[in-house]
Design a protein around this ligand. Sequence first.
Ligand code: IMP
Ligand code: MG
Length: 177
Amino acid sequence: MPIPRKNCEILFSRQRIAQEVKRLGMEIGATYPQGNILLVGVLKGSFLFIADLVRAIECSSMVDFVRLASYGSQTSTSGVIEFRKELEMPIRDRDVIIVEDIIDSGYTLECLYNKLLLQQPKSLKICTLIDKRARREVEIEADFVGMRMDDGFIIGYGLDYDEHYRHLPDIYTVKGI
Ligand code: IMP
Ligand code: MG
């Protein structure tokens, strides 16, 4: 069901997103001057973010993906996480950064973080485009944060509502769902 336009309002413009991604790229580059980092994108929501981020980081990097799905309603998670695609690259002794679109309850990231830690990376950090703190249920902090928001549901720049709206270049809040 399409969301009526009147229910959508721009929260983060494409210009703001580009500015924060550039800043994140610089922060990450400065943290790993030696380069050779591995970015692990969490599909599907982070696909646009990681595409822009990898070009904003000046040190050398590689990219791999995992695909996670959390059961629940369309706008909130149940905390039950399913792995639908595993990493393809070994991460042992590597500097790894998980790249997420948004941290909400934190269940998805906590689950992924603990799983990757078992594979003994040299370091494991988290980069999220958006930190939605109001609904956090587990204690997990991102090391690199693009933007913060209060409660609410957002779409665009990779973020979906029932698989729609990922293509929108700006991020919108949605009312009434
Ligand atoms: P968590 O496990 O509750 O932290 O859920 C994180 C995942 O839920 C994210 O990776 C997103 O895919 C999805 N998600 C959480 N909040 C939103 C939102 O406001 N819009 C779209 N997807 C969201
Ligand atoms: Mg996601």
